[in-house]
Design a protein around this ligand. Structure first.
Ligand code: ATP
Ligand code: 3PG
Length: 398
């Protein structure tokens, strides 16, 4: 029996209003979903609940809106994409609480699916504010959390609701936890982690503990720039959080004490602008021009990353090595992904990768199916790997 309540425990839900927390924080470019993996993964839970006659009400966030409702953070286009991927009608309500949401829910029939607008249009969501949680709960009889990738957030829609309504893990949440436990519960050493991407401030703290769990940490993407700058390297106009230099230095100290190798880029692909067709060149990491941006790691670094993948028995990967959405800055990520996939296929590597854009990058490289396991979760996956309790999971425990 699973350690947490699952849909096997949910009982008769015919006609019941089931609030389902999903992760629709999907990569979007020019208004189009560029990778639908997160949407595809919620399909089994929705089909099961709807098939049992429930009114399925989806709750989700999109991006990180700072000042309330903003069109660029609306879930409305994602509702359309969700309908396409699920191949069924998905209604949309332009608010997640109040009369708009209430009337849309009241109009639902058994088996219908409705998506409510971005929960993060309310600041109270991220504060797990009890009054806001009650407003969300007003539209449901039961709560299902199928957003493992947001389970590291103790927000109203990820944690608070589970205190107010009978709460269960959805099929994707269940599958993610089971697969991670199987692949990484007792990992074969050496364990090498690759961490890249752009969410530096929200992920850097995780590295403090991660370096105690892995044998080597390869740092790429925007994350690497922050470490390089902390080490005194000029990173020009690259994405870099200079105010996190002290944290980066402390992580390097902790890593040395734990015997974890830290691998930083030795060269980078730099450009003056981040756009398709922009002129770029590969330079040694000490030669980044003051007006240049490092948008990918260079060829020498790619070789070094490959060598670390060769040494690894287990690979854990979150965050692309470069701004892979625009060629040629996808080169390092694609090369490393193909390398890891080939080692995995040869039976020499257990490879587990996770994260919204990381999955998109693996799909772009055409190798997502060759990894041992691909999680939808990025930050949540790293926190799980650290051994940290995930609020959205803990609250579902029996
Ligand atoms: N050197 C770089 N400069 C700017 N952006 C970069 C660089 N390297 C990677 N990125 C960007 O990082 C983004 C992905 O980072 P992110 O941390 O969100 O990863 P993720 O896999 O989506 O994880 P999560 O699911 O936690 O969001 C991509 O949009 C990519 O363009
Ligand atoms: O993309 C993710 O990792 C999840 O949707 C969580 O998003 P957040 O980092 O903005 O909380």
């Amino acid at each position: 029996m699973a350690a947490f309540r699952t849909l096997d425990d949910i009982g008769n839900i015919s006609g019941k209003r089931v609030l389902v927390r999903v992760d629709l924080n999907v990569p979007v470019a020019d208004g189009k979903v560029t990778d639908a993996t997160r949407i595809e993964r919620i399909a089994p839970t929705i089909a099961e609940l709807s098939g049992k006659g429930a009114k399925v009400i989806l709750l989700a966030h999109f991006g990180r809106p700072k000042d309330g409702p903003a069109p660029e953070f609306s879930l409305e286009p994602i509702a359309k994409a969700t309908a396409q991927v699920l191949d069924r009608p998905v209604g949309f309500a332009s608010d997640c609480v109040g009369d708009t949401a209430g009337s849309a829910v009241a109009a639902m029939n058994k088996g219908d699916v409705l998506l409510l607008e971005n929960t993060r249009f309310y600041k109270a969501e991220e504060k797990n504010d009890p009054a806001f949680t009650e407003r969300l709960a007003a539209n449901g009889d039961i709560f299902v959390n199928d957003a493992f990738s947001a389970a590291h957030r103790a927000h109203s829609s990820t944690e608070g609701l589970a205190h107010l309504l009978p709460a269960f893990a959805g099929r994707t949440m269940q599958a993610e936890l089971e697969a991670l436990e199987k692949g990484l519960g007792n990992p074969v050493r050496p364990v090498v982690a690759i961490v890249g991407g752009a969410k530096v401030s929200t992920k850097i703290d995780l590295l403090m503990n991660l370096v105690k769990k892995v044998d080597a940490l390869v740092i790429g993407g925007g994350m690497a720039n922050t470490f390089l700058a902390a080490r005194g390297t000029n990173v020009g106009k690259s994405l870099c959080e200079h105010d996190l230099a002290a944290t980066a230095k402390q992580i390097m100290i902790e890593a040395a004490e734990a015997g974890c190798a830290i691998i930083l880029p030795v060269d980078g692909v730099v450009a003056k602008e981040f756009k398709a067709g922009a002129a770029c060149e590969t330079v040694a990491i000490s030669e980044v021009p003051a007006d240049g941006m490092i948008l990918d790691v260079g060829a020498k670094t790619v070789t070094a990353v490959g060598e670390w993948i060769d040494r690894a028995a287990t690979l854990v990967w979150n965050g692309p090595l470069g701004a892979f959405e625009i060629a040629p800055f996808d080169h390092a990520t694609v090369a490393a992904a193909k390398h890891a996939a080939a080692r995995t296929k040869a039976g020499k590597l257990v490879s587990v990768a996770g994260g919204g854009d990381t999955v998109a990058a693996l799909n772009h490289a055409g190798v997502a199916d060759d990894f041992t396991y691909v999680s939808t979760a990025g930050g949540a996956f790293l926190e799980w790997m650290e051994g940290k309790p995930l609020p959205g999971v803990d609250v579902l425990k029996r």
